[in-house]
Design a binder for this molecule. Sequence first.
Ligand code: CAA
Length: 258
Amino acid sequence: MSDFTTIIVSTNERIGTIQLNRPEALNALNAELMDEVVRAAVEFDADPEVGAILLTGSAKAFAAGADIKEMASKDFAEMYSREWFGRWDEFARLRTPIVAAVSGYALGGGCELAMMADLIIAGEGATFGQPEINLGVIPGMGGSQRLTRSVGKAKAMDMVLTGRHIGADEAERIGLVSRVVPDDQLQAEAEKAAGTIASKSKPASQMAKEAVSAAFESPMNQGLQFERRLFHALFSTEDQSEGMAAFSEKRSPEWKHR
Ligand code: CAA
């Protein structure tokens, strides 16, 4: 893995971990960090030894948003011609399941980055919000779309129009996060979840991610058809035969493709 300056990258037991590391700016997402996260994640995605990616920040902040100081002096022409934030699409397209472990602030782009993950596990002190309205802008890394699809119009409008921060409990209640755990157990719980995902058949976990994402991204009829085709396709894998045989034989499956 390349040398990075804004993230810390490690691999352990089929989990590739990316820790955002700009403590002086509460992990604000500047262009360099975006580039490094995407490069590291793309490398993990291509690594057959990695079955899940874990994305974390610090105790105080997962990420406090896109870097406001970096953007402050930019104009429309530059934002448009450089397709600012467009690089994150590559991250959102990865096929390896991604678990975000959120402690502290997940605001603006921080909340949006967490929503690009497949599971969000939050510490009980975590805070989520889309405060861009307070900067005279709107979410630009997918917040208006992903948040609305996750939590519905009522809550998304509330957060995007008022900039109100919400706590972890409310985030779980409205369906923004998968689980809330005590802050001091966040890392262990997130590693456990990532480890469980990484222990499954890789084609099955990748297709499961693809299928759920399709429900999120396309109309129901297309999503159902897409899901059925992926389900049929899994019958070409040895892991389907093994998994079903193991069930009948009342034993644990031994996955071939991991
Ligand atoms: N960009 C750049 N720097 C940031 C930052 C950000 N998003 N968030 C925090 N920082 C910096 C602060 O400027 C400060 O730096 P200095 O010490 O050099 O002044 C340092 O991080 C520590 O921050 P605070 O002193 O503000 O810490 P705090 O504990 O008092 O407050 C906070 C924490 C409530 C999160 C506050 O920092 C804050 O409101 N940050 C901005 C949140 C925000 O508006 N996010 C949206 C950004 S726009 C966006 O994300 C667009 C998009 O859709 C992608």
